[in-house]
Ligand binder design. Sequence first.
Ligand SMILES: *Cc1c(COP(=O)(O)O)cnc(C)c1O
Length: 398
Amino acid sequence: MQTKTNRIINKAEENLIHTYNRAELVLDHGDGVYLYDVEGNKYLDFAAGIAVYALGYNYKDYNESVKAQVDKLLHISNLYYSEPLADAAAKLVKATGLSKAFFTNSGTEAIEGALKLAKKYAYLKDNSTDHEIIAMEHSFHGRSMGALSVTGNAHYREAFGPLIPGICFAKYNDLDSVKALINNKTCAIICETVQGEGGIFPANREFLEGLRQLCDENDMLLILDEIQCGMGRCGSMFAYQQYGVMPDVVTSAKALGCGVPVGAFVVNEKTQQVLVPGDHGTTYGGNPLATAAVSKVFDLFEENDIVAHVNETAPYLMECLTEFAGRHRQVKEVRGMGLMCGIQLDESLPVGKVVSAAREKGLIVISAGLNTLRLVPPLVVTKDNIDEMMGILEKCIE
Ligand SMILES: *Cc1c(COP(=O)(O)O)cnc(C)c1O
């Protein structure tokens, strides 16, 4: 007999372009840090839809705000104002410590906007259009032609050339490799404060401070991509706040809407006048539905002191992982910042096998980089949830 799961998977595969090797899992609903599939199986979720569902599933207060907005207006275009848009922008600007925001529909589009801003910033100075941007090896910024151009994974870029010209790649956490690429055409450096897809690598303090200094000395923009590591995940609203380094532009998405598709780039005072009417736009970006969600997310982060909760639980997670690594030869290293952790596995143990084994035992985890297990749970995760996760992981490694 065909199960409901099989029926849905077959229908999906018949009709979708096969750009993902999806797990054989058809998800139906969620509650807190648990997900349920269509057969009624329960899963502890340490992936949060790739660092999106920061508040956990089925958060009543959040759901009610989004539903209330559905009954009012979903969309108005950017030809008009809405109250959710004004509120969300004010809260995002305050949280970043920057000056002005632009809402997009995804992280990728936030990157596009940031790249355009950097080019225009340089264009306003010298009227030329041959500026260069320095990006990092093993970075991930998205799949559109612009975002792909600055993504440091040759395999992702290979088939799609020519991409935007003038992009060069430095080694992450290697300031000298950045310096070596700077010339009088360089207009920006783009980098994740904590590399996510590349394998969970936090920036060193000296590296980030050094990038800031290089940008100041050469009048280039520092673009920090906090699409994955921002919004409380690393123990501060934005990870750069723990380094004492301010970007000129920050990109956000993933947990910004906690499930509603939304992104943003936020700029400082120096760059807030660079983009003017006609330079950039979007039909959906910042629509009342998305921004009502964003606005509510910021309220709930504050009411529940999510950042303090991350700082309370994250050291416990790291402690458990370090102890776990000490007992298993196949674990080479554990890395991370806050509730964004990576477990580097030995080549003898393919991460895909661990991900599948975990799923069979009721735990959802994902991979990153080269054979790294990635843990990016909802930020409301408790120590008990961490114990449960470690118990399952233990069985998977055995
Ligand atoms: C996910 C991600 C993106 C792309 O965001 P999308 O919403 O998938 O377009 C860009 N940068 C980083 C660091 C990401 O993790």
